[in-house]
Design a protein around this ligand. Sequence first.
Ligand code: PEP
Length: 255
Amino acid sequence: MEGTMRTPIIAGNWKLNKTISEAVALTTALKALVADDTGVEIIVAPPFTALAAVSDTIADSNICLAAQDVYSEDSGAFTGEVSAPMLKDAGCDYAIIGHSERRQYFGETNDSVNQKTKAALAHDLKPIICVGEQLEEREANQTEAVIESHVTGGIAGLSAADLLSCVIAYEPVWAIGTGETATPVQAQAVHNFIRGLLTKAHSAEIASQICIQYGGSVKPENAAELIAQPDVDGALVGGASLEAESFAQIVRNVQ
Ligand code: PEP
């Protein structure tokens, strides 16, 4: 829908990096660097062990907290898992769900992504649902089919109100951690396709309000060009979020 303003969201996925003290040091430095940045939502996603400490560090700042995953059950005999109520208790506002590394190495499926999304929403945790094709799938012209199954599977059964609390992150797997970025034209084409899927699932009005982030080797040098695309509403950043200066520079470059 023309004229709808979506606040860009820049999220840093720290993956399996940072001890508690390192996480606090990074967040403390970041907090100072982005203190005056407005008009953009800034999120950090530390490992589970550092969530509570980072939550304390960002209290009264413009930085929000995300978990890198969430389990679909609230409690019970599920050794090693962390639930949505626990993440809320640790100070999280968001949960990344279905990251390609979880799909690739930990057996995440569209169905588990959907269950986790519903569990997060039930506890007021905003899901960042990751979708993206592998290189062979792109080369075989299957990008749209893969994205359609990830998006429709991930949001299946959500009400319009629930969908409005979700963020979609388009992360072509071939661009994650490889230094290779989708061109702005490639990213825009898939983001526009995703917005079409959201329109089909609910309405153009709902789809126009949903933030669709791009992820895959986003750096200070390429962030502005990507986010200038009409359907690219922010970035999910891996490697470049591990240094306060480069992540802050991305935040600045999208404003
Ligand atoms: C990611 O982990 O979601 C990601 C996009 O990583 P990188 O920026 O390192 O490619």
